[in-house]
Design a protein around this ligand. Structure first.
Ligand code: URA
Length: 437
């Protein structure tokens, strides 16, 4: 038997990476598959992911790891979708997650209203950043589960679907993500990139726009790390035939005026009605422009927010998944206010603190499977640049369970920084990363 035909084993794979070596294709394929089907023990994969976090992976290793994750499950195929005899091009967006990030809600129907198909597989929240599905589940009757056939039908009829990724899509990621979450290895850039891109490649989208966050409320607060993650994912997507571009966007300040579930849906509806906070509108339009361009459509997306076409598509999308777009959203029985403790100008609002408070009020979950409160969240009434007076209400906390107020208030203590002068106005979009860029 030659050395090349020896079946890889977990210990030699771990020690190769521990000592700074490069894994070959067979080692990577074996580790990913063996962990998924239970032949590689969780403690061995924990050691390997920690070695990867500390030693990194080169571009070939990351590409192979991603492909191996895709290969553990099914691949969706929307390449034969048509409407009125015309083939529908699929375009998706993925955000690395941020506080108050409700952009998927207005963006998906907005882009679909121009005749593109937007298959948006989303997740539930874990930790401080909320999950799109948790937000949508605050709409009475709305259901997250769709089979691939239901997804295809909805894409044909409505153009937009936001739903849960089925268990058959990159099952390696499901197991690996749960393990990374409890072993301090979520921040590994190769693992983050492979996790996100394996699901997007398996989802079968033709084009993808990535919203990579940087700042205190992001997975990777440092701009250089966000840039590296963006470049890695753009490279992975492009190499797999997915037309991929990334925007690096600010997550030092939370988006809009709300973080939670129903409160964020209400804010998304304001945007769909042609209003809404300036930063949410700005980011929605920036991502929509990229998605439309990737889909070969030359249009100004602001027109379908002002003209109501995006709202019509939203209503159809919600109704197609059992939701009642006219039903009132749940409202919290208990609301407490936070007031300014001095006069001044708001110079910063810390996204991480706001996310933690929303989570403590019941908007997020500590463990997979925990219930979330639809009505829980934080609403802030001021943003950087606004002048406040001592005693003025600056935030409100919403919950079903008032015993949570003390911990949420502690999280918000110091969340608002006051100064003498307004900070310089900055754009939400910091950078655009394309292949080779
Ligand atoms: N989102 C993902 O899909 N994967 C990660 O690892 C982190 C965020």
């Amino acid at each position: 038997m030659t050395a090349g035909s020896v079946t890889p084993d977990a210990v030699s794979i771990i020690t190769t990476k521990r000592d700074g070596g490069v894994l070959d294709d067979r080692q990577i394929d074996w580790a990913v598959q063996a962990f998924t089907d239970g032949r590689m023990a969780p403690e061995q994969m924990s050691a390997l992911t920690m070695a990867i976090l500390l030693r990194g992976m080169d571009r070939r290793e990351i590409a192979r790891w991603t492909a191996a994750m895709v290969a553990t499950g099914e691949r969706l195929d929307f390449s034969d979708l048509t409407r009125d005899g015309r083939r529908l091009r699929t375009v998706d967006k993925h955000s690395t997650g941020g506080v108050g990030d409700k952009i998927t809600l207005p963006l998906t129907p907005l882009v679909a209203s121009y005749g593109l198909a937007v298959p948006q597989l989303s997740g539930r929240g874990l930790g401080l950043t909320g999950g799109t599905l948790d937000k949508l589940e605050s709409i009475p009757g709305w259901r997250a589960d769709r089979t691939p056939a239901q997804m295809a039908a909805q894409l044909r009829d409505v153009g937009a679907v936001i739903c849960a990724a089925g268990p058959g899509l990159a099952p390696a990621d499901r197991k690996l993500y749960a393990l990374r979450d409890v072993t301090g290895t979520v921040e590994s850039i190769p693992m983050l990139a492979a996790s996100i891109m394996s699901k997007k490649i398996a989802e079968g989208t033709e084009a993808l726009v990535l919203d990579v966050k940087s700042g205190s409320g992001a997975f990777l607060p440092d701009l250089d790390d966000a840039r590296e993650l963006a470049r890695t994912m753009v490279g992975l997507g492009t190499d797999s035939g997915v037309d991929t571009v990334a925007l690096i966007t600010d997550m030092a300040t939370p988006l809009g005026h709300t973080a939670g579930n129903a409160v964020e849906v209400a804010e998304a509806l304001e945007v769909l009605a042609g209003g809404g906070p300036a930063d949410v509108v700005e980011l929605t339009l920036a991502l929509a422009r990229e998605m439309l361009a990737a889909g070969g459509i030359d249009a100004d997306p602001a027109e379908h927010l002002a003209g109501g076409q995006a709202m019509d598509c939203w209503r159809a999308m919600i109704a197609a998944q059992g939701g009642d777009p006219d039903a009132p959203l749940p409202r919290a029985d208990h609301v407490e206010e936070v007031t300014a403790d001095a006069d001044g100008v708001v110079t910063a609002l810390d996204a991480r603190a706001v996310g933690l408070a929303a989570w403590r009020l019941g908007a997020g979950r500590a463990r997979p499977g925990d219930d979330v409160q639809a009505e829980a969240g934080v609403v802030w009434h001021v943003r950087p640049g606004d002048r406040v007076r001592r005693g003025q209400t600056v935030m409100s906390m919403h919950t079903r369970t008032p015993e949570r107020f003390v911990a949420a208030r502690a999280a918000l203590d110091g969340a608002l920084t006051l100064g003498e002068a307004a900070p310089e106005a900055t754009s939400v979009v910091a950078e655009r990363i394309t292949v080779g860029g």
